[in-house]
Design a protein around this ligand. Structure first.
Ligand SMILES: Nc1ncnc2c1ncn2[C@@H]1O[C@H](COP(=O)(O)OP(=O)(O)OP(=O)(O)O)[C@@H](O)[C@H]1O
Ligand SMILES: [Mg+2]
Length: 377
């Protein structure tokens, strides 16, 4: 039996494990927490720090392949295990590029892909020089470890700069031109160990407070935009030598141009709809890629799919309210992540609906999502 080690045990590991088991795969997980979503799906859990090479190697020694569910795992720790013979996918070289957003953007720019203007900055004066060239506002970002917008600050003028500089920690920053987007789009692409590539449909993401709320598949755009975005995703994954599923976030501008915001070297929230929506989900295709198996079809099973995230409303235990009502909604896929505590905005689960009529599919998914609450009591 093939054993797959996953670094990190959150909901992405949970859904990878659920896709891996029917392929005859056993799962082992390296996690620092003692309670986590994928815990009960793993045949073994190693408690340890994924930034320590020795811990990653300890996992790898019990597994045929190792993958990861977050982009924060230190590339040097992965390299430590690779040097001792571990097969890690995506590998340390890819992770070193992708987990530093400045290096990531540099790789894309070198591959000829459209990205907002950007520059590494070591002082506020360099941000002002950048803004003088590209205009205000600018977006100041941490090169590493940002998520849910927490490592970013939009700076509208030089008077806002000092506060933003202080907030982000004043080191390891880069700056980007502000992109006046009309909509945010996303696409998941998967590259096999043999270099074969597939891409899922282009989707629309509706975010609030920097957190993804709703995903509409396929995106309501022209075929030309979808085709361009697909090509961009495939080129981007090649440019970083990625193996596995990669989620790419894009900006669509009013003139129809599409720019890359960022790529995540893992299965992505904007691809959760593929479980019910596509012939082979992003999770199954990720597992197939990591194991060196042929990739599956990314075709939609129905004309439309909508995913709505279930986010925490406040803090408390992770128990859901309103489950009975939500389950009465016909044809809705419910995915709870089993987290034992909730906080405001925390991703606790998601629902997906598919069907022929987008308005009806959207309404059905939203009704089911609205029925379930976390952190309200
Ligand atoms: N250059 C930009 N111009 C305009 N808006 C931007 C720019 N960069 C980021 N944003 C906005 O901020 C959001 C979060 O930015 P980004 O994706 O870089 O951060 P993150 O913390 O890595 O994201 P997440 O974890 O939410 O994917 C984007 O989805 C977009 O709405
Ligand atoms: Mg993002």
């Amino acid at each position: 039996m093939t054993t797959l080690g996953i670094i990190g045990g959150g909901q992405l590991a949970q859904m990878c494990a659920l896709a891996a088991v029917p392929l005859g795969v056993r799962i082992k997980i390296l996690e620092r927490a003692t309670e986590f979503p994928a815990r009960h799906l793993a045949s073994a859990v190693l408690h340890g720090d994924w930034d320590e090479g020795a811990q990653v190697w300890a996992l790898a020694q019990q597994c045929d392949f190792v993958t990861l569910e977050n982009e924060f795992v230190d590339a040097a720790a992965l390299r430590y295990a690779e040097e001792r013979g571990a097969i890690v996918r995506p590998g340390s070289a890819t992770m070193a590029t992708v987990q530093d957003k400045y290096l990531q953007k540099t790789a894309f720019a070198q591959a000829g892909l459209p990205v907002p203007a950007f520059a590494a900055v070591a002082s506020p004066a360099e941000v002002v020089a950048f803004a003088n060239q590209h205009g205000w506002p600018v977006v100041l970002k941490k090169r590493r470890n940002g998520y849910d917008g927490k490592g970013n600050a939009t700076v509208r003028s030089s008077s806002e700069l000092d506060a933003a500089w202080a907030k982000l920690g004043a080191s390891g920053l880069y700056v980007e031109a502000f992109c006046p987007f009309e909509r945010e789009l996303a696409i998941v692409a998967v590259r096999g160990a043999d270099g074969a590539r597939v891409a899922y449909p282009l989707v629309e993401t509706i975010n609030a407070d920097h957190i993804c709320r709703t995903v509409i598949a396929p995106a309501r755009t022209s075929p030309d935009i979808a085709q361009r975005a697909t090509q961009m995703a495939l080129t981007a994954i090649d440019s970083v030598g990625g193996v596995g599923a990669f989620g790419m976030e894009l900006f669509l501008k009013a003139d129809g141009s599409v720019l890359i915001n960022e790529i995540a070297p893992r299965v992505h929230n904007t691809g959760h709809y593929t479980i019910e929506g596509c012939e082979c989900s992003q999770f199954e295709n990720h597992v197939r890629a990591v194991l060196g198996l042929p990739l599956g079809s990314t075709a939609l099973r129905a004309p439309h799919a909508v995913m709505v995230n279930l986010l925490g409303a406040g803090s408390g235990s992770g128990a859901p309210q309103g489950l009975t009502q939500a389950l009465q909604e016909r044809g809705v896929g419910l995915h709870l992540y089993g987290k034992t505590s909730v906080s405001k905005g925390r991703k606790m689960g998601h629902v997906t609906a598919v069907g022929d009529d987008l308005k009806e599919v959207l309404a059905r998914a939203e009704r089911a999502a609205a029925a379930i609450q976390f952190g309200t009591t």
